[in-house]
Design a protein around this ligand. Structure first.
Ligand SMILES: *[C@@H]1O[C@H](CO)[C@@H](O)[C@H](O)[C@H]1NC(C)=O
Ligand SMILES: *[C@@H]1O[C@H](CO)[C@@H](O)[C@H](O)[C@H]1NC(C)=O
Ligand SMILES: *[C@@H]1O[C@H](CO)[C@@H](O)[C@H](O)[C@H]1NC(C)=O
Ligand SMILES: *[C@@H]1O[C@H](CO)[C@@H](O)[C@H](O)[C@H]1NC(C)=O
Ligand SMILES: *[C@@H]1O[C@H](CO)[C@@H](O)[C@H](O)[C@H]1NC(C)=O
Ligand SMILES: *[C@@H]1O[C@H](CO)[C@@H](O)[C@H](O)[C@H]1NC(C)=O
Ligand SMILES: *[C@@H]1O[C@H](CO)[C@@H](O)[C@H](O)[C@H]1NC(C)=O
Ligand SMILES: *[C@@H]1O[C@H](CO)[C@@H](O)[C@H](O)[C@H]1NC(C)=O
Ligand SMILES: *[C@@H]1O[C@H](CO)[C@@H](O)[C@H](O)[C@H]1NC(C)=O
Ligand SMILES: *[C@@H]1O[C@H](CO)[C@@H](O)[C@H](O)[C@H]1NC(C)=O
Ligand SMILES: *[C@@H]1O[C@H](CO)[C@@H](O)[C@H](O)[C@H]1NC(C)=O
Ligand SMILES: *[C@@H]1O[C@H](CO)[C@@H](O)[C@H](O)[C@H]1NC(C)=O
Length: 772
């Protein structure tokens, strides 16, 4: 009797393992980058034989230093810029901004790699190796590489990046004693590198590579190797560690910098790294592993996603699943894996210090594409979309920190670039120095609306957890109110001859990176009153009034925001029956990538087919008019838009494009090079197809494609303060379990019927198909 439950438990564990692994396991029978990270430290694990490489990142290793980039000529130039724009002399306007408003230096600082830890194993030819398997278990965040050499020895490398212990750990073992031997060495492209080895530790120090400003970040990386059996000792010229004849070796890697805050670089990397390693030195590999798995699974384990029934294809290597000859239709669970991978990458690259940048924390370069910065005209916002609905909201903590520091520096930029004495501002990029000035060129950079977009993420954080009133009071509302003040002073009245209704508009204004046309030989993007600007302001003012009302403060200020909101330009329809992109109806086809005039559809919810079919149809015509997408993030954005239009097949079409055309073997998304935004945006699209919750309704299966006719999810979050577990089959809802985290009421839609749910806080209720 006593033994029965034990046997049953074992049987169930094995079964569960087989069933869930396809959506949480990646594996490859060839060398591929597997990313691991603890939010601050990242490593690319290549799985190479005989010479393994770990590319290492620490999220504060950036070029440059804090400086004063603001162009103080701008306030004097702005009146003539505005005048030129009213006169539609757009070349003059843009040239004036280029001459008088752009930051100095004009290019922002960049994120840089720390370098590599290379492990040279005894020479074997790859062809002599059998049973090679390079895997990532998303549920434990452990990467494992196994292979067997010709003499029958099986080698195993197990790697993880521990958030609680602040180190990257790799264990190398073999199933025959005394067989583990390798030489470990750091290499780096960074400036003034110094390498040393002593006892069982290997150290690299270096500093940033110059990029327009003097460097100020210094860093130290140290690997300590402990062995069971055999030996470890310095080799080479005292800059390598040699492990010989061991049964196993465990490498603990710590990296730190002198960065404390954007205006404080007094940290001591040696002291931080020594402290970190001292704290883990006496912990066994098993202890480190267990603490890591417990921490990671506390976040990752909240959500399960199953799509479709596993097929033969489901158990193939991940890179082959991505490009199946029959298309992804044969393997719906691949999209569950994609969504879970987005969650995995968020947990790995955005916890407690910096948010994920354009490449997360997996960058090999000293001058990466687009600086691997925080790009604020879609990409950083996209990086954050999945965090709330897919139940890893904690991974946004670093973003909140970034925003509040950006606001500190942005106060000065508001004054110096716009002569506006209240509020704060930022433009289309920032980095660890929290730069807030317009960069690159007027065409790309003169866009002071980026912070308003970040505030949508801030607002959503509250909507998903509406008992977060202290957070609204202490963090969200003060930042939003200040930002509103800046915009109240920035808005100008359009002259009657330009806009008979004399709307309040932004001027200069752009629809990010979308060209209006060629004026007098110049490609221009600046005009007035872009649709995204008007829509961002409608959201910011609306949400700020909502928060002021919630907190019972600033009635007069709210009244002003409300009256200002009424004077903003509404969404316009252009001569092609599309959402007009700028105040004037220019004959431009718009950007191939950015669909900023669809911001009101997604990520905002000002256009909603359930509320206004006219606007939804126009959004649909606009999207269709842009045609197929190229690259990762534009594809992910389109998938989300179609999900919001309740068009599951079209959303699915773009998700298939994202996986088969704009993903690498390891499912990293591509934007010419690896760029992580679409991993997050695509994961969110999967969620939007299954469950939506904006404009006061929770919508079950709003855009489910026929390829995902059956499935189940657990732990999805919805606005209003609930988590939802849901099962469907044959394209029809079976049931949805609502658990209140703080919410008490919800309007739940399934197809055309809406039911009102009343729950006590913390309560739970199940809706079945018969409720609709
Ligand atoms: C990897 O696995 C696939 C699918 O089983 C197979 O077609 C391919 O030949 C394998 N590649 C190697 C290098 O073993
Ligand atoms: C900046 O604003 C102040 C106060 O409104 C005004 O006196 C000053 O002339 C402005 N400076 C410029 C360069 O526009
Ligand atoms: C490789 O490992 C993964 C994860 O354990 C497993 O699912 C897969 O079947 C393995 N592949 C082979 C060829 O053994
Ligand atoms: C080590 O693993 C290999 C591959 O699985 C196997 O062939 C061999 O028998 C194992 N050796 C020992 C001593 O277990
Ligand atoms: C680090 O490893 C990557 C991947 O193998 C390689 O491209 C790069 O050149 C290496 N960098 C250094 C400094 O060794
Ligand atoms: C680690 O273990 C050694 C030897 O057992 C001991 O002397 C030392 O105090 C321990 N350090 C910590 C930080 O626990
Ligand atoms: C009210 O809004 C207008 C712009 O519409 C602005 O000029 C004015 O300063 C605002 N007043 C307050 C009290 O914020
Ligand atoms: C067009 O460019 C030419 C040459 O740069 C310049 O002389 C002329 O004034 C410009 N015209 C307008 C309308 O901007
Ligand atoms: C915000 O916008 C929504 C949707 O248009 C509207 O129902 C609501 O009244 C607005 N709130 C405020 C405070 O203006
Ligand atoms: C839908 O939006 C259009 C365009 O803004 C507007 O003219 C119309 O009144 C709206 N319809 C409804 C039902 O709100
Ligand atoms: C969008 O347009 C397509 C093609 O014209 C049409 O099939 C679809 O029903 C439209 N969707 C909406 C929401 O209007
Ligand atoms: C929930 O409460 C509303 C009134 O607040 C009521 O109209 C509705 O019938 C209730 N729904 C259920 C399912 O009890």
């Amino acid at each position: 009797m006593g033994f029965k439950p034990l046997k049953l438990a074992i049987a169930l564990t094995c079964l569960a393992h087989v069933q869930v692994q396809a959506a949480t396991t990646m594996w490859f029978n060839k060398t591929t980058i597997i990313p691991i990270g603890n939010g601050r430290l990242g490593a690319e694990v290549f799985g190479q034989v005989p010479n393994e490489v770990l590319v290492l990142n620490e999220d504060h290793i950036w070029s440059g230093s804090m400086n004063d980039p603001n162009n103080k000529n701008c306030p004097r130039a702005l009146p003539s810029v505005r005048e030129a724009i009213w006169n539609d002399d757009l070349a003059t306007a843009q040239n004036t901004v280029d001459a008088s408003c752009m930051a100095n230096p004009i290019s922002q600082q960049v994120f840089q790699t720390a370098g590599n830890l290379t492990l040279a194993f005894p020479s074997v030819t790859t062809s002599s190796i059998t049973a090679y398997n390079h895997t990532l278990d998303l549920a434990t965040a452990i990467a494992t590489t196994t292979y067997t050499t010709r003499d029958g020895v099986q080698f195993t490398r197990t790697s993880f990046a521990s958030h609680p212990d602040n180190v990257i750990v790799m264990k190398i073992s073999a199933n025959v004693t005394g067989k583990v031997g390798f030489e470990a060495k750091f290499t780096t492209p960074m400036d003034t590198p110094a390498f040393s080895a002593s006892g069982n530790s290997l150290t690299l120090t270096g500093r940033g590579v110059k990029h327009t400003l003097p460097v100020s970040i210094t860093f130290l990386a140290r690997a300590e190797i402990s062995v069971v059996g055999g030996s470890v000792q310095p080799g080479g010229n005292g800059d390598t560690l040699v492990v010989a004849g061991a049964n196993e070796a465990v490498i603990r890697i710590a990296i730190d910098t002198n960065y404390v805050r954007y205006n404080d670089i007094s940290g001591n990397p040696e002291a931080k790294v020594s402290g970190t390693l001292a704290a883990v030195r006496n912990k066994t590999w098993q202890e480190l592993r267990d603490a890591h798995v417990e921490d990671h699974s506390g976040l990752f384990g909240r959500v399960d996603i199953t799509l479709g029934t596993p097929t033969k294809s489901t158990y193939l290597p991940t890179d082959i699943r991505r490009t199946l000859p029959g298309g992804a239709d044969a393997d719906a669970d691949l999209f569950a894996l994609y969504a879970q991978y987005g969650r995995y990458l968020g947990i790995a690259s955005s916890r407690k210090t910096e948010p994920s940048n354009l490449q997360g924390i997996w960058n090999q370069e000293t001058n990466p594409e687009w600086g691997s910065k925080y790009t604020l005209n879609i990409n950083q916002q996209m990086n954050s979309w999945l965090s709330e609905p897919l139940n890893i909201a904690e991974t946004l903590d670093p973003l909140w920190n970034l925003i509040s520091e950006l606001a500190e520096r942005g106060k000065v930029t508001a004054l110096e670039e716009y002569n506006i004495t209240r509020g704060w501002i930022g433009h289309h990029n920032t980095g660890i120095w929290r730069d807030s000035a317009p960069i690159d060129a007027a065409y790309y950079g003169m866009w002071p609306m980026a912070p308003a977009w970040l505030m949508l993420n801030v607002y959503e954080h509250y909507k998903f957890e509406p008992d977060n009133v202290d957070w609204v009071k202490n963090f969200a509302y003060p930042l939003m109110k200040d930002l509103c003040e800046f915009y109240l002073d920035l808005l100008v009245v359009a002259p009657k001859n330009v806009e008979p209704q004399q709307y309040l508009v932004t001027n200069p204004s752009m629809s990010p990176e979308s060209g209006i046309g060629t004026y007098n030989g110049t490609q221009v993007s600046l005009s007035y009153g872009s649709t995204i600007d008007n829509s961002l302001l409608r959201d910011l003012f609306n949400h700020t009034v909502e928060f002021a009302t919630l907190l019972g403060v600033d009635g007069d200020f709210s009244a002003n925001l409300t009256s200002t909101m009424r004077r903003l330009m509404p969404i316009r329809i252009n001569s092609k029956g599309q959402i007009q992109e700028w105040g004037r109806d220019y004959n431009s086809k718009g950007s191939d990538a950015h669909i900023s005039n669809l911001y009101p559809l997604f990520p905002s919810a000002q256009i909603d087919p359930r509320l206004n079919t006219t606007l939804a149809q126009i959004a649909n015509v606009t999207l269709n008019g842009r045609g197929d997408s190229f690259n990762g993030w534009p594809t992910a954005w389109r998938a989300n838009c179609y999900a919001r239009l309740l068009d599951g097949e079209k959303a699915y079409y773009f998700m298939k494009r994202l996986l088969s055309l704009y993903s690498y073997d390891n499912l990293w998304s591509a934007n010419l090079v690896f760029q992580i935004d679409a991993n997050f945006g695509g994961a969110n699209a999967v969620a939007e197809m299954i469950l939506q919750s904006h404009n006061g309704e929770v919508h079950l299966l709003p855009a489910i494609p026929s390829a995902w006719a059956s499935g189940s999810v657990k732990g999805f979050r919805v606005r209003g303060g609930f988590t939802v577990d849901m099962t469907w089959s044959g394209g029809k809802l079976e049931n949805a379990v609502f658990k209140s985290t703080s919410g008490t009421a919800a309007n739940v839609r399934y197809k055309d019927k809406v039911v009102r749910l009343n729950l006590s806080k913390g309560g739970q209720t199940t809706l079945g198909i018969s409720d609709f």
